[in-house]
Design a protein around this ligand. Structure first.
Ligand code: B12
Length: 240
């Protein structure tokens, strides 16, 4: 993928990146595709950093550029908010301070009429658990971009189990994650971008709504599982 915007970010040319993004927004280019190009630019900065061609100051600069250009991005607002959205919690896990992707996700969800509880960065498992109760289903988005964040995700999920809350929470991991990380931390899903995150969230909310409107679905599915689980968790896993 080659593009002027990717190059501007890779060259850490903030003014040029801002000009290109402003121009494309004026032209009505899809904001998600603009974000993908900026993201590709910072990914390449990360690669240069790994190769020793760029230093930590350059990583910082790429993060700042991202933050500036994101201010120019507006997602078209949508009226079709979900009739019964399930509570969504976003957190960058303990040890990790990367929050650009998470913040974009907040903006994107807001534009769709969904307002997640955003717990910020470097969030310890115990703090996340303070926002979860037995009575309310939750879709918990845990974000992490560094390797040591995987252990924090695992710890968070372990604590959910220990406090007997795991059945009521769908855990979705985001950031630099894949199937292997998902299995290691014992999450339910992993996602790689905001649109995918939102679509998954909509599906989970719809599944929950379907079950709460028709509790027999839960009764019939409980017969199929030896391990008792909550409605939202169980139904989604059956669909997956
Ligand atoms: C910018 C940046 C920084 C900035 C972060 C600024 C900030 N406020 O976030 C600064 C300079 C602070 C930084 C610090 C460090 N960084 Co850094 N950083 C990056 C860089 C270049 C870009 C990350 C980024 O913002 N991408 C753009 C966003 C939009 O993409 P994204 O996060 O993937 O988000 C998308 C999806 O994943 C998803 N998503 C992400 N989060 C969420 C959350 C929710 C709720 C949802 C729904 C969706 C979602 O939606 C987004 C849009 O599609 C990456 C390189 C890379 N390849 O990612 C390295 C990178 C992540 N950093 C790295 C490292 C090593 C570090 C440091 C340890 C460096 C150091 N020696 O100090 C520290 C760690 C600090 C810490 N404890 O966390 C490594 C991690 C390697 C590893 N496997 O562990 C990387 C991969 C660079 C590299 N190639 O080596 N970093």
């Amino acid at each position: 993928m080659e593009d002027q915007l990717i190059d501007a970010v890779l060259e850490l040319n903030e003014d040029l990146a801002i000009d290109i993004v402003s121009q494309r927004m004026r032209e009505g280019v899809n904001p998600v595709s603009i974000i993908s190009l900026v993201q590709e630019g910072v990914n390449r900065v990360g690669i240069y950093y790994n190769q020793g061609r760029y230093f930590i100051a350059d990583l910082i600069m790429s993060g700042l550029i991202f933050k500036e250009v994101i201010k120019l991005i507006q997602f078209p607002p949508e009226d079709s908010a979900l009739p019964q959205p399930v509570k969504a919690i976003f957190a960058t896990v303990e040890r990790d301070i990367h929050d650009i992707g998470k913040n974009i996700a907040v903006t994107y969800f807001n534009s769709k009429g969904i307002h997640p509880v955003d717990l910020g960065v470097n969030v310890p498992p115990a703090v996340i658990l303070e926002h979860i109760t037995k009575d309310e289903p939750v879709v918990l988005f845990l974000s992490g971009l560094i390797t040591s964040s995987y252990y924090s995700m695992k710890k968070t999920i372990h604590l959910l189990k220990e406090k007997n809350l795991r059945g009521n929470v769908i855990v979705v991991i985001c950031g630099l994650v894949d199937e292997e990380v998902k299995n290691y931390v014992e999450a339910d899903y992993f996602v790689k971008d905001i649109v995918e995150s939102y679509e998954l969230y909509v599906k989970l909310s719809a599944d929950y709504k379907r079950i709460s409107a028709n509790p027999e679905l839960l009764l019939s599915s409980q017969k199929l599982h030896s391990r008792p689980q909550s409605s939202i968790h169980q139904e989604v896993r059956e669909d997956a």
